[in-house]
Design a protein around this ligand. Structure first.
Ligand code: 16G
Length: 167
C-alpha cells in the first residue's frame, strides 16, 4: 500500500521500518503463535482467547470484510511487537462514502522510542486514504492526545466527545 510516510524523523517507512529485522505486514491467521493476542493485553483486557477462538474470529472478520489489521513482526524472534487496525464502515451519507476507524493500536513497551507507534498508525491511515475513506476517527486516553496530534489527528471543535454504554 505504498511506502511514503514523510513526517517521521529519522525517516522510516513501512518498507524500511528502521531495523532490517522488523517487518510491517497484514495480520495472518498464524499470528496467534507469534503473540498477537498477548500484545493486545498491553492495551486492555483480552480474556482467555484460545487458538481456535482466534482463528474463528479471524475468519469472521475475513467473511465480514472491511477489517485491515497491520502488524510489526520482529523476525529475529518471530514475535508480533506492534499492531494497529483499520475498520471500514460503509455509509449512505457522504455519497455512500466509507468511514475509517482506527482501533487496537499497540506497540510492545520494550520497543518504545523507535517511532513504531507513529509508523503503524501512519501506515493504516495511508491505507484508509487509499481505500477512499472520507475520514478516520479514533478513541484514546487523554494522555495519548499529544501522540495523535503529532501525526496529524485533531480534536474536532464541538465534536470531541466519545460516549459509550458498556454491556
Ligand atoms: C483504545 C483503543 C481502542 C480499544 C480500546 C480498548 C486505539 C486508537 N483505541 O480506545 O481501539 O478498543 O482502547 O479499551 O487504539 P476498552 O477495553 O476500554 O474498550
Amino acid at each position: 500500500w505504498g511506502s511514503v510516510i514523510n513526517c517521521l524523523n529519522p525517516p522510516i517507512t513501512n518498507e524500511t521500518p528502521g531495523e532490517p529485522w522488523l517487518l510491517v505486514r497484514p495480520l495472518c491467521i498464524s499470528d496467534y503463535n507469534k503473540g498477537y493476542v498477548q500484545i493486545l493485553s498491553q492495551l486492555t483486557t483480552v480474556g482467555n482467547v484460545s487458538k481456535t477462538d482466534f482463528e474463528r474470529q479471524f475468519m469472521n472478520m475475513r467473511k465480514a470484510g472491511g477489517y485491515y489489521i497491520t502488524v510489526i513482526e520482529d523476525t529475529r524472534i518471530n514475535r508480533i511487537i506492534g499492531a494497529s487496525s483499520l475498520i471500514t464502515e460503509f455509509k449512505i451519507i457522504h455519497n455512500c462514502g466509507i468511514r475509517g476507524r482506527l482501533e487496537d493500536v499497540v506497540v510492545n513497551n520494550t520497543y518504545r522510542g523507535k517511532q513504531l507507534g507513529k509508523l503503524i498508525v501512519l501506515t493504516v491511515s495511508l491505507l484508509a486514504k487509499k481505500l477512499g475513506c472520507y475520514k478516520m476517527s479514533l478513541d484514546c486516553k487523554d494522555s495519548l492526545i499529544p501522540f495523535y496530534k503529532s501525526i496529524g489527528y485533531k480534536l474536532e471543535p464541538g465534536n470531541a466527545n466519545s460516549m459509550i454504554t458498556r454491556y
